[in-house]
Ligand binder design. Structure first.
Ligand SMILES: O=C(O)CCC(=O)C(=O)O
Length: 364
């Protein structure tokens, strides 16, 4: 896809501003401070008016557009920074990880054999589970997870800190290549592991960190929206450390008519592919087969501000948990989504779907 084609199908920030984006953002921050219910009671009519105005202004734009994620060759980190690294759209490096040991070694058999006894935690965070999943926070072992996947069940290990707690796994990734994308101001890196069955789905969400997503085993389909389309995606301010949307890109819903006007990127990642996802790019991810992947996340604050300053500010004002709690979780060899075993949901301050930890696979 050429730059001109991308441009032709985009809705610019100026167009969104003229259509009422600033009003939408004022309501988003009102919601952050007043809460969902009070905002609806006090400002529900204003919100409905803002939505109607956005819809009227964007009516002339086609609906349900999908563009391929641009594919770029990797030559050097400097070249990448010059050409794409300051941009706010995703790009794919096809086959960039094809020769890494992990791409050859990491299969369900490998994890069962080498890490079968390792503990893992199935998260239960609001907005990150598909409708089909029984939402619950669960503790298990990698061996049990894989046994369940093989038995046709649907447990999905997402955003797992397993690599951090078993650092020999890092030897199978090209960490030097990954670190080359970070600037010297990038404070934190977080390799997160995903192991799951075919048809697993992570709903539409985004976060502050930049992400190099490495597909190591199986295939995944991604649908992504640049950060500026937030006003079209029905996002609520919930003071979480990430943001989620109830929009399902493949299932248009009359409740969210604006979403159909947001042009999306779509790509299928094959084994050995790496996708660069800048801060606050919205994404929904579907596993087309059983799959193993790594999301290598790092902070790039300037880029986050350029991509979406309102979400950057909202991220730092999160209370559920707060930035300091998040930092504490990451220092204790976990990641921001992890609730340490035994802690009460409330005490941990992490918004879950409301259930306490249960062993995965049990019906309690
Ligand atoms: O692969 C998935 O299911 C989700 C990946 C994702 O959302 C991420 O890395 O941010």
């Amino acid at each position: 896809m050429t730059a001109a084609e991308t441009q032709a199908s985009a809705i610019s920030l100026d167009t969104l501003n003229a259509a009422g984006r600033r009003g939408y953002l004022a309501l988003f921050f009102a919601e952050h401070f007043l809460g969902l219910e009070r905002t609806e009671r006090l400002l529900g009519a204003t919100r409905a008016r803002t939505r109607r105005r956005l819809l009227r202004s964007l009516e002339r734009y086609p609906q349900d557009r999908r563009l391929p994620v641009p594919e770029v060759p990797f030559t050097s980190h400097d070249e990448f920074l010059r050409t794409h690294g300051r941009g706010t759209d995703p790009v794919v490096f096809r086959g960039a990880a094809a020769a890494w040991p992990a791409t050859r070694k990491w299969t369900l058999d490998f994890f069962e054999r080498e890490f079968g006894a390792a503990d893992c935690v199935m998260i239960d965070q609001v907005g990150l589970l598909s409708e089909e999943e029984r939402g619950r926070y669960g503790q298990s072992t990698v061996g049990e997870l894989i046994r369940l996947i093989r038995a046709g069940e649907k447990p999905y290990l997402r955003f797992s800190p397993l690599i951090k707690s078993h650092p020999t796994l890092l030897d199978d990734l090209d960490t030097q290549w990954l670190r080359g994308f970070r600037s010297r101001f990038s404070l934190r890196e977080e390799p997160q592991l995903f192991i799951g069955p075919a048809a697993a789905l992570t709903p539409l969400h985004c976060a502050l960190e930049s992400n190099l997503f490495i597909q190591l085993h199986g295939r995944k389909r991604w649908v992504l929206y640049p950060a500026r389309y937030q006003p079209l995606l029905d996002v609520r301010a919930e003071r979480l450390p990430y943001f989620h949307s109830r929009v399902h890109p493949d299932r248009p819903n009359p409740e969210y008519p604006l979403a159909r006007h947001a042009p999306a990127f779509e790509v299928v990642l094959e084994e050995g592919d790496v996708m660069y996802i800048p801060p606050f790019v919205w994404h929904m991810v579907e596993s087309l087969t059983a799959s193993i992947s790594v999301g290598y996340r790092y902070n790039a604050l300037r880029l986050a501000l350029r991509s979406a300053w309102p979400l950057t500010i909202a991220r730092f004002m999160a209370t559920n948990p707060s930035v300091l709690q998040t930092l504490y979780y990451s220092l204790t060899a976990t990641n921001f989504l992890y609730k340490p075993p035994g802690e009460e949901t409330k005490a941990a301050g992490v918004a879950t779907n409301g259930r306490e930890g249960v062993p995965v696979g049990s019906d309690s």
